[in-house]
Design a protein around this ligand. Structure first.
Ligand SMILES: Cc1cc2nc3c(=O)[nH]c(=O)nc-3n(C[C@H](O)[C@H](O)[C@H](O)COP(=O)(O)OP(=O)(O)OC[C@H]3O[C@@H](n4cnc5c(N)ncnc54)[C@H](O)[C@@H]3O)c2cc1C
Length: 368
């Protein structure tokens, strides 16, 4: 058997998009997924394609939307955004968030209060202020990763679902393949797109830890009158930032195909999702009183791959020839995943857009 050109580790949105783009670009691709396609956050997210509010990430988001437009394979990109309504009872705090959004003219932030807010979203709780951003296309959580996986298969990529990568093969001082089922499987290059588990494969000795798990709980409900917009408590831009803002929970609700996902937590340790569900719904009643009258039909916890500076890590890992990563999209992996994959595929195939220094994996230095 000839060695595959590229071994991709991880069957989330990023790994699946990468496998498809590489295979379509002529590479021989083998993808390893230990559990199932979209088994982790890529199947258990809130399902909103949202503007990342961070300048270096804007082209990655725009490229992702472009890729979603032609993704096909059961995936449909809503033609228009639903709009994201950012909410707070604290006018001053909300004004600060609105100023951040105003840096991005494409978001066209619009201030809403009183009768205008009630007309825009009749079911909201009392005493709230809001601004509306022109973003937020809602999709079923696992739809994108599954469609990319199907496209990868059709382009000739081999998807080894149910096969865990135990380690990287570092023979010859480079990434020479992966170890799976106790034996080495050679590859010309290896891309680790294993979400929050990426660092432990790159550096099992713990010498390289730029990505950590940020655990989110999502609770699903069916509402008689779901909100028209994506609703979000003010503060999400702080969570995505380097400091994380010390915030542990922010209310959000996203509706796609009649199911509303209520979130979410941002925790270092895995929470008990069924125990967290009633608290999330209770907190949500401040913004949407109807949440007090429904029961959750599912509650799930999953880890986001959160990088230390809030931006993804893409491309070659410093100091190890043949090793690349595609991870660290944090709270925005569905919104940025295909664009991130496209940058890494371009670097491997040649001729793609260069990876900006702010997004290059090499900014975190070399593992030991
Ligand atoms: C509650 C919640 C809500 C979210 N909502 C949104 C949202 O609305 N919009 C948005 O843009 N983003 C959202 N996100 C973020 C988004 O889901 C993630 O950023 C994205 O799914 C990460 O994709 P990934 O492919 O990098 O990693 P993952 O989805 O984590 O995939 C990594 C895969 O690698 C596999 N793997 C790991 N180790 C190995 C190994 N050794 N061998 C083989 N396979 C391995 C895992 O099984 C997993 O399937 C949300 C996240 C959470 C948790």
């Amino acid at each position: 058997m000839s060695a595959p050109d590229v071994a991709v580790v991880g069957g989330g949105i990023v790994g699946c998009a990468l496998a498809a783009l590489l295979a379509e670009g002529g590479a021989t691709v083998r993808l390893y997924e230990r559990e199932a396609i979209a088994a982790a956050a890529s199947g258990r997210n809130s399902g909103v394609l949202q503007h990342p509010l961070d300048e270096p990430l804007v082209p990655v988001h725009e490229a992702s939307l472009e890729l979603y437009r032609t993704l096909g394979h059961g995936f449909e990109l809503p033609a228009e955004p639903a709009g994201v309504l950012v909410l707070s009872e604290d006018r001053a705090a909300l004004e600060a968030g609105c100023e951040i959004a105003a840096r991005f003219p494409e978001l066209a932030p619009e201030w809403l209060e009183g009768a205008a807010l009630e007309a825009a979203e009749p079911e909201l709780g009392p005493g709230l202020f809001a601004y509306r951003q022109a973003t937020g296309r809602t999709v079923p959580p696992a739809a994108a990763a599954r469609a990319w996986a199907q496209r990868a298969r059709e382009a000739g990529a081999e998807l080894r679902v149910g096969t865990a990568v135990e380690a990287l093969d570092r023979s010859g001082g480079r990434a020479a393949g992966v170890v799976a089922g106790g034996r080495s499987e050679p590859a010309g290059a290896v891309v680790v797109a294993a979400g929050p588990w990426t660092p432990e494969l790159v550096a099992p000795d713990g010498s390289w830890r730029p990505i950590a798990a940020s655990w989110g709980v999502n609770v699903e409900v069916r509402l008689a009158q779901p909100p028209r917009h994506v609703l979000e408590q003010a503060g999400v831009e702080e969570i995505a930032s380097a400091s994380g803002g010390g915030i542990e929970s922010i209310f959000s609700i996203v509706t796609a195909e009649g199911v509303s996902a209520v979130g979410s937590t941002f925790l270092a340790e895995q929470p008990d999702a069924p125990a967290a569900a009633p608290r999330l719904l209770e907190r949500g009643t401040r913004y949407l009183p109807a949440l007090g009258r429904v029961n959750a039909f599912s509650a799930r916890a999953c880890p986001r791959p959160q990088s230390r500076d809030g931006r993804p890590l893409l491309g070659p890992v410093e100091g190890i020839d043949g090793l690349h990563v595609a991870s660290g999209n944090g709270p925005w992996g569905i919104s940025l995943g295909p664009g991130s994959a496209q940058l890494v595929a371009g670097a491997l195939l040649g001729g793609g857009e260069p990876i900006a220094p702010e997004l290059a994996a090499s900014r975190f230095g070399a593992p030991a």
